[in-house]
Design a protein around this ligand. Structure first.
Ligand SMILES: *Cc1c(COP(=O)(O)O)cnc(C)c1O
Length: 473
């Protein structure tokens, strides 16, 4: 499966293999890598996966994307190892909330958020590919909370990777911060930046745009633009659908959305042949996506803090992958439109493009009050405690569901204990803290603080990275 960049206007465009796309993250032209075709999982192939373990489904879904760049036995070992540490035997269990509405619990991994699904595997893939190539990389990333801890958990201890994770100081929860700052590994650096998540993301983009720095440090990324992360997230849509009667029965999904990575993985599963009744995007008060899908106007607002901080962003990087489809693969048009988006704050989208987008996704905005009300209502009706991100998905599912006879799955993307303060506001008590988290509260933190300044960040990375200094053992 060759991959191309969404902004490569050459004819024909340059194609890359899976392992190259894995290590590159963002394309040099600023675009995102996308597969040149979607592998098909027909009804028989899907049906044959029913009842299989999560790791088996993962291997079947992802193997066509690897293009022979990872030996099957190696990939099997990595897939099995990635999901072994999850604290539920089903890995991604479903719970019924009533009336055919389900919760897909994606918080049973090491950092208790759904990003572990991708990053446990991606960390192992990086280590494997780099050791084979006898080289090292420096991973830089921006996190609004959960990406950073999950990326660090996926890479800690790797001798081939140094990881630098920028987070907006004071804008992520205590637990999220401690999950990064308490990791005592020489290759792990969590940096508090005086700015917003979008500032952090801009700093990362600027580091990649600095060609000399990029080469010198062997820069790489595992943030949600990395294709391998999207690929790994396709799997739980398949496993959930199979558990609820798919592929015969089409299923609806509701996804609490920030960077558009998770919901794009759902869209990818649909491209591969998984029947979907509807696909709902839940936004918090930072509702650029909800405004776009409902009105056709994609205009950047200011980032406001909310109870679901992992969705507190305005520029959803992975939207570019959908936009590339709406533009029918016209990379020059994609590049021009995104330049204009950067310059004016408004993405030029035609009426036909918007109508197509709106036929593929529904979107609802759930503000802070709606988030707390959903946590309270679900708790009262079922005894289940939702975290604020999951509550956005459940509320959006209730708002936009077309047909109560069709199963609808809301994605529970974080454990409620990661956002205990918001939960307490909603139901009056803090959720019980799982042992994995309780242990963190007593460990010392290592948290350098840096200004929102490219030169200062680059200097820090230069002084701490091992990448230029030779090959891993
Ligand atoms: C990252 C994250 C999201 C948003 O996912 P995207 O792929 O960025 O859209 C939602 N909920 C939680 C808990 C997250 O960590």
């Amino acid at each position: 499966m060759p991959y191309i960049s969404t902004r490569d206007a050459h004819r024909p465009p340059k194609t890359l293999a899976f392992d190259e796309v894995l290590l590159a993250g963002l394309a040099p032209d600023g675009g995102l890598y996308v597969p040149t075709a979607w592998p098909r999982l027909d009804a028989d192939a899907l049906a044959s996966l029913r009842g299989k373990s999560y790791a088996e489904i993962a291997i079947a879904v992802m193997t066509p994307f690897l293009d022979g760049t990872i030996a099957p036995a190696d990939f099997r070992r990595m897939a099995e190892d990635s999901y072994r540490d999850f604290d539920d035997p089903a890995v991604a269990p479903l719970k019924e909330l009533g009336q055919g509405l389900y919760l897909l619990e994606l918080f049973h991994g090491p950092t208790l958020a759904f990003k572990d699904f991708a990053l446990q595997l991606v960390g192992r893939l990086f280590d494997h590919v780099l050791k084979k190539r006898r080289t090292r990389v420096t991973i830089v990333g921006a996190t609004s909370g959960d990406t950073g801890s999950a990326a660090i958990a996926g890479c800690r201890g790797s001798d081939a990777v140094d990881i630098f994770m920028l987070y907006p100081k004071g804008r992520i929860s205590d637990v999220q911060r401690r999950q990064m700052t308490t990791v005592d590994a020489p290759n792990v650096h969590a940096i508090a930046v005086e700015g917003t998540f979008d500032d952090c993301q801009d700093l990362v983009k600027a580091m990649f745009a600095d060609v000399r720095f990029r080469g010198e440090m062997h820069l790489s990324a595992v943030n949600s633009i990395n294709w391998a992360r999207i690929m790994a997230q396709i799997v739980y849509y398949v496993s959930a659908a199979l558990a609820l009667g798919g592929p015969k029965q089409a299923i609806g999904f509701s996804v609490p959305t920030g960077n558009f990575g998770n919901v794009f993985a759902a869209h990818a599963a649909r491209h591969m042949g998984l029947p979907m009744a509807q696909l709902v995007i839940g936004s918090n008060r930072n509702d650029i996506l909800a405004r776009f899908f409902n009105t056709g106007a994609m205009t950047i607002g200011t980032v406001e803090p909310s109870y679901s901080p992992s969705m507190d962003i305005q520029v959803s990087s992975n939207f570019e992958r959908l936009f590339f489809e709406l533009k029918r693969g016209d990379a020059a048009a994609v590049a021009a439109a995104l330049t204009e988006f950067r310059r004016t704050g408004t993405l030029p989208v035609s009426r036909a493009e918007w109508q197509e987008a709106a036929s593929l996704f529904g979107a609802a905005r759930v503000d802070d009050a709606g988030t707390l009300a959903e946590i309270a209502a679900t708790f009262k009706a079922t005894g289940i405690v939702l975290d604020p991100h999951s509550a956005v998905a459940v509320a959006a599912a209730r708002a936009l569901r077309h047909d109560p006879a069709v199963p609808m799955v809301a994605l529970a993307t974080a454990h409620p204990a990661k956002f205990a303060d918001a939960v307490e506001k909603a139901i009056g008590t803090k959720p019980t803290m799982p042992a994995r988290l309780a242990a963190l509260m007593h460990l010392p933190e290592r948290a350098p603080e840096l200004p929102n300044d490219l030169a200062a960040i680059q200097d820090f990375v230069r002084r701490h990275a091992r990448a230029p200094a030779g090959v891993p053992t």
